[in-house]
Ligand binder design. Structure first.
Ligand code: SF4
Length: 310
């Protein structure tokens, strides 16, 4: 599960990928759902049989009490084997590391790019060494910028260095244009050259490069499939991409008579419309007079990706 703690952040990285919808807003999300309590996060985690949680933002540690409350409750509910990793752009001091100990397993530090060339003198390396001593799995997670090669010098202090391919997004488009960066192809958001910048150090065993296409097509897909399998109704068709497909009927009185003859559990009456198997709806569409369509959407009432009228 992805636990987005808050959209607040003290930094102003030019490449920040955060959407305008979330940036600067003190809202908490579990996956795509706005939540207000740890219990709601636990419910979302159960619905997808989550094995672990990535705690992210904005800057999660701008709301430290929230991080601690949510992580403690997740560990209480799912046990110590529920792996929790925390992304942060702040180098946690000893006091904060002590508070995170036992409720966070791994910390992914994101030092600002303007200190990368002096990283060994920075709080980030000091924090990483302390965290390592305390038993955390500790590393850096940074975008593949042209300067990324200088982080080579920090590797002895880290358990890992994750490098994410630089991605074009709505909120960083101006920064990309100012630097004359362009897209690698017309299909993905990856920036041309980003993979090569990372290749300077990506041969070390501690370095993991995550391509933009892997993030989209593998990580997101896996998450959607887990949620879809746990939440699909008997008549929902779960696709290989983890979306669900069903038929949507806005019935008139005559259609309602037909619906009454269907077995209980084979449709879902939502009041103003009825959801049912898209195959059953399509097979009967000619005899029905209400508006019929086939809907594809993300699972668990997620966003609708396609509506096909029948
Ligand atoms: S630290 Fe992260 S959330 Fe904050 S501005 Fe930078 S990229 Fe955005």
């Amino acid at each position: 599960m992805v636990l987005f703690v808050t959209g607040l952040c003290h930094r102003t990285c030019w490449y920040c990928p955060l959407s305008g919808e979330r940036k600067g807003k003190d809202l908490t999300y579990a996956n795509e759902r706005i939540i207000e309590s740890p219990e709601q996060a636990i419910e979302v985690a159960h619905r997808m049989s989550a094995l672990g949680t990535g705690v992210t933002g904005g800057e999660p540690l701008s709301r430290p009490e929230r991080v601690i409350t949510y992580c403690s409750r997740l560990k209480e509910e799912f046990g110590p084997e529920h792996q929790i990793h925390l992304y942060t752009g702040i180098a946690p001091d000893l006091e904060m590391l002590t508070r995170l100990s036992g409720i966070v397993d791994e910390i992914r530090l994101h030092p600002p790019v303007d200190i990368w060339d002096q990283i060994l003198e920075s709080d980030f390396v000091i924090s990483a060494l302390k965290a390592k001593d305390m038993g955390f799995n500790i590393g850096f997670e940074v975008p593949a910028l042209p300067e990324v090669g200088v982080l080579n010098q920090a590797l002895p202090a880290l358990d890992f260095l994750n490098i994410n391919e630089l991605e074009w997004g709505g909120s960083n488009a101006d920064g990309m244009r100012e630097r004359n960066y362009t897209l690698e192809d017309g299909l993905h958001n990856a920036i041309e050259g980003s993979r090569e910048w990372a290749s300077v150090i990506s041969k070390d065993d501690k370095v993991h490069f995550c391509s933009s296409s892997f993030k989209d097509s593998v990580q997101l897909r896996k998450r959607l499939i887990r949620v879809a399998r746990n939440t699909a109704r008997s008549f929902d068709h779960v696709t290989r991409d983890g979306t669900i497909i069903y038929g949507n009927l806005v019935p008139d009185e005559k259609d309602r008579e037909w619906l009454r003859r269907l077995k209980a559990g084979t449709f879902d009456d939502q009041g103003d419309h009825v959801e049912l198997s898209w195959r059953v709806l399509r097979a009967n569409a000619e005899t029905l007079s209400g508006e019929s369509s086939i809907i594809e959407r993300y699972p668990d009432r997620g966003i609708i990706v396609e509506v096909t009228p029948i």
